[in-house]
Design a protein around this ligand. Structure first.
Ligand SMILES: C[S@@+](CC[C@H](N)C(=O)[O-])C[C@H]1O[C@@H](n2cnc3c(N)ncnc32)[C@H](O)[C@@H]1O
Length: 316
């Protein structure tokens, strides 16, 4: 049985949002763009015995765990080690043109946070890695050791929305010169010492924002998502649905913008009707965004920051 920490977020809601698309095709195919431990995929496969899923994850250790968790339904899920901005290429390789639905449950999984040695958690002593795919790319420590002062400020300010980015970057440069920066605890301490005491008393652990910034930079999370959204929007058939859960505002903004671009009519403002070929090919199924229920947040803290958005394709 799964504990609350590993319970998929907004599971029933995601299934309800995807159901009309699944139920309107005799041989439905869904893409789970963020397989994780396979919680959402498993529930969908158990509910629909005719469903096939193509699942992506960039983390090989997540794929290993999910493969075990999904052993009962493994013949109906094809798992691909890929970054989700490769979605069009993955589908082309499989000879699939359109799918019935796509689910994105963004960010790191609770399993990745629990694996102390991955370096995602500021509360646990570990090497500064933070790569979701440990088989490639720069680690957080590589970035901290090689980026210029200006680039560190940019990353910490833009991706962490951190007011004290210049001071933190300054102290990172000093610590790396002194050889005292190698672990999550070292970085958390540098951040703490860079923030004036009064500012430290509010807003939770001050390291949270810098860790978020580094994680985004290490995994190129925002640019990957910006490239993935149009591919996902294009890949759903008419009547197909796209459901996205984001856990921080920078990602949610990207989803919101991508959805707005395809759900708004291209007719000149003020016309009481859409001109031919200018009506939007997609409609929002949720107006704006939705959060998790209070009951869910009470048992799963991770659900607290979740914003859910969903759209449906209504024309080719
Ligand atoms: C929040 S978890 C998904 C949890 C999953 N829905 C479940 O029920 O177990 C997010 C997963 O997406 C993966 N991921 C994050 N960004 C990715 C990307 N750009 N491409 C592919 N996988 C990604 C992470 O490695 C992680 O395993």
């Amino acid at each position: 049985m799964q504990d609350a920490l590993h319970t998929p977020v907004a599971l029933d809601r995601c299934i309800a949002l995807l159901s009309p698309a699944i139920e309107s095709n005799a041989n439905p195919i869904i893409i789970d763009a963020t397989l994780g431990m396979g919680g959402h995929s498993k529930a969908l496969l158990l509910k629909y015995s005719n469903l096939k899923i193509i699942a992506l994850d960039r983390d090989l250790s997540a794929i290993k765990v999910a493969t075990d968790n999904l052993s009962d339904v493994i013949d109906r899920i094809q798992i691909v080690h890929a970054v989700y901005d490769e979605l069009s290429a993955v589908l082309a390789n499989l000879g699939i043109e359109k799918v019935d639905g796509i689910l994105f449950d963004l960010g790191v999984s609770s399993m990745q946070l629990d694996q102390a040695d991955r370096g995602f958690a500021y509360s646990q002593e570990a090497p500064l890695d933070m790569r979701m795919d440990q088989s490639s790319g720069l680690s957080a420590l590589d970035i901290l050791n090689t980026y210029s002062y200006g680039d560190l400020v940019r990353v910490i300010r833009n991706f962490g929305e951190e007011k004290f980015a210049t001071k933190i970057a300054d102290n990172i440069i000093k610590a790396r010169a002194a050889g005292t920066l190698s672990t999550t605890k070292d970085l958390a301490e540098i951040v703490k010492n860079s923030i004036p005491a009064p500012a430290r008393r509010t807003g939770g652990n001050p390291a949270k924002r810098t860790f978020q910034a580094l994680r985004i930079e290490v995994n190129q999370e925002l640019s990957v998502l910006e490239r993935a959204m149009p591919q996902a929007i294009e890949a759903i058939r008419v009547g197909g649905r796209l459901v996205v859960m984001a856990y921080q505002s920078l990602e949610d903004k990207i989803v919101k913008k991508a959805f707005a671009e395809v759900t708004e009519s291209h007719s000149p403002l003020g016309l009481p009707f859409d001109l031919p070929n200018s009506a939007a090919s997609y409609k929002l199924i949720i107006s704006g965004s939705e959060g998790a229920s209070e009951e869910e947040i009470a048992i799963n803290a991770r659900a607290q920051s979740m914003r859910l958005r969903a759209l449906e394709r209504v024309a080719a």
